[in-house]
Ligand binder design. Sequence first.
Ligand code: HPA
Length: 271
Amino acid sequence: MSEDAARRAADRIRAGRDLPYSVGLVLGSGLGSLADAVTDAVRIPFADLEGFPSSGVSSHRGEVVAGRLEGVPVVVYSGRAHYYERGDAAAMRVPIATLKALGCDTLILTNAAGSLRGETGPGDIMLITDHINFAGANPLIGEPTDARFVGLTGAYDASLRAALLGAAEREGIRLATGVYMWFSGPSFETPAEIRAARTLGADAVGMSTVPEVILGRFYRLRVAAVSTITNFAAGMTGAELSHEETKRLAPIGATKLERILRRFLGDRGLR
Ligand code: HPA
């Protein structure tokens, strides 16, 4: 059972300390540097925790870093598992359940994404307001209880969104808002798929996050998600897309995202 594994993982992460964890943070491609800012850190590789994924993506570390950020007790996951690695949409179930077991009530997800909007480009940040599950997979398939019928109308918590927008404003950083469309990957989209995505209402596309949003709501966490834009989506420029480009450009937006998240934590008195 995921919940049993989560309880055992939570005991390891607590490491005999009684920190009142409130926020879980998942750091996507090229965004791992925020984990280095955690103080009083307990660091545990995913590989040492039962039920945690062993992520094979070259820009991900796969490590739990629990401690404080801006004084707020946080559990940071530096790296995540993606659906495209093994075809398992529930690969992040135990890590998300572990946040709940540790007492967190808030989950903040980050990712790298391609933009469909000309005015939001590489190095910009987009707050996700809603998603389109275009991969068609779902981490709750196989969950036997009625709890699987999770409502997603307010999946991206309105008060967290307002707080993140406020933090960005106080930092003087433009924070775009928009709809994130989940493609399974690992191949990038075609230009025709991007035109279709735009018609369907997407502002950005990516290969992650949506399963974790669903799991976060399943565990009744308040959820927010932010994308760093690493590229214009397929067909918007002449260029071919590549993971190298994602890795190269993610740190540019990551610096802004870090400032927003630290301001958000510091200002909220989430302790
Ligand atoms: N598509 C899908 N995933 C991505 C992209 C993209 O253009 N950029 C970064 N992650």
